[in-house]
Design a protein around this ligand. Structure first.
Ligand code: ZN
Length: 180
């Protein structure tokens, strides 16, 4: 097992759409294991492949019921509304109240090629939506309202000017508690 550095805001890899996964090979299985390890180390409740610099449609999660791995995920249905203080491991130390659908139905496959079909609610549903955003190159800051976003950009621009990259990564480990 290996721990990846988690890419942070400003890294262009976080802004690109990840590619569909056609074949599962040993390298992909190892990647998934290492992503789970990296997620626990951070610690966070979800981690998408672009956050470790890999442009493939895969994420891992654990909201307290054990780890899961989903390939080529998509939201088939969503309903309701839920407000939650949402953070992101790629935007360490910050979080915002964000409204998103409360329930989602997630479709995808596992590492063995079996279909995954999960009806998720609240935190798990939020995690799935957040990770799929990462696979589309969409960051949490794009889900904020105008005022939140202005605040966020001011803080993030300040960080980019003040801190070398190494310190930003150190801060991620120290401050993130509910990141994705
Ligand atoms: Zn995130």
């Amino acid at each position: 097992m290996a721990i990846y550095d988690i890419r942070t805001f400003g890294d262009p890899v976080l802004r690109q759409r990840a590619a569909d996964i056609e074949d599962v090979d040993a390298a992909l299985v190892r990647l998934a294991d290492d992503m789970i390890e990296t997620m626990y180390e951070a610690p966070g409740v979800g981690l998408a492949a672009p956050q470790v610099g890999v442009q493939r449609r895969l994420f891992v999660y654990d909201v307290g019921d054990g780890p899961g791995i989903v390939l080529n995920p998509r939201i088939a249905e969503s309903s309701g509304e839920w407000t939650y203080e949402e953070g992101c491991l790629s935007i360490p130390g910050l979080s915002w109240e964000v409204i998103r659908p409360k329930q989602v139905r997630l479709i995808g496959t596992d590492l063995d090629g079996n279909d995954i079909d999960i009806d998720a609610d609240e935190l798990l549903a939020r995690c799935f939506q957040h990770e799929i955003d990462h696979l589309e190159g969409v960051l949490l800051v794009e889900r904020l309202d105008e005022e939140q976003r202005k605040d966020a950009m001011r803080i993030l621009r300040g960080r980019a000017l003040d801190l070398p990259a190494g310190e930003r990564i150190g801060q991620a480990t120290a401050q993130s508690s509910q990141g994705h």
